[in-house]
Ligand binder design. Sequence first.
Ligand code: TXA
Ligand code: MG
Length: 288
Amino acid sequence: MLNAGGLVGLPTETVYGLAARADIDVAVASIFRAKGRPTGHPLILHISDIADLDRYAHNVPSSALTLAQQCWPGPLTLLLHKTSAVSFLVTGGRETVAIRIPANECARQIIDQCGHALAAPSANLFGHVSPTTAKHVHQDLGDKVDLIVDDGNCTIGVESTIVDFTTDQPQLLRPGGFPAEDLESIIDQPIIMPSGESRAPGMLNSHYAPKCTVVLVHTIAEAKRALSEYDDARILDHWDNCPLYAASLYTQMRQADADGMTAIIAVLPDKSGLGLAIRDRLNKASLP
Ligand code: TXA
Ligand code: MG
């Protein structure tokens, strides 16, 4: 299906992707159409073998290579200078390309058998909560994809961490499934927070939002007080266990909407480890 230029819902360890062959322009264009995503928002290239990195990126700094060697396959995306093998359709006209090797075995086998990188954003409608099950993909895009590969629940549940290696110092463009402090200790170098306007278009505020109101609190006691102020509200579960919180976050948001909740109350975790990514998604979800 992919080699014929089709669109496939693909499992990864972070969230399900909406995949197409990155070298087939009409297929890549259909990703944007299916999601309703602006064409200026670039896509991540998914590869299955680190040996292919040179094919798509050049002048890779040694610290980026170290992360690729030690963290892939895994929830880490590296922003690098693109080669001519990557079309501007994928990068939204930029000279840079985002690349990762997903940890999901099934995804890697599919990429491997295609023999070319797959471009894949998260498989949700533009602006909606990301999908962590095949059913979520079907709900958002069922009539627009050619095939959905069902490999159960995504184990991590939040998108990959994106680090920009095209600037003087590495920058954290998106906190995600790979904790930034772990990356820093691998390369023994700080990864700085970007300042100014986001260099990763598509990470808009209210991007990960369910329909219901998302109320943020700092403690479970506060959450219980907030609960009494709403009809049909619930406190998000697993607030005291980051891996479980991340893995269930998008499912809980989607379920709250399906159940007609007016609000969900979310206890913000610490900024350490996976907590930073969870806080980022909750903050965005809480914006109107
Ligand atoms: O975990 C993930 O990364 C998932 C799975 C499917 O791999 N994918 C994902 O893709 O989250 P998407 O398209 O929903 O988010 C990718 C982000 C976007 O915010 C985009 O702007 C940024 O990566 N990005 C991609 N290429 C870029 C580039 N050349 N320059 C700046 N930002 C880029
Ligand atoms: Mg997305």
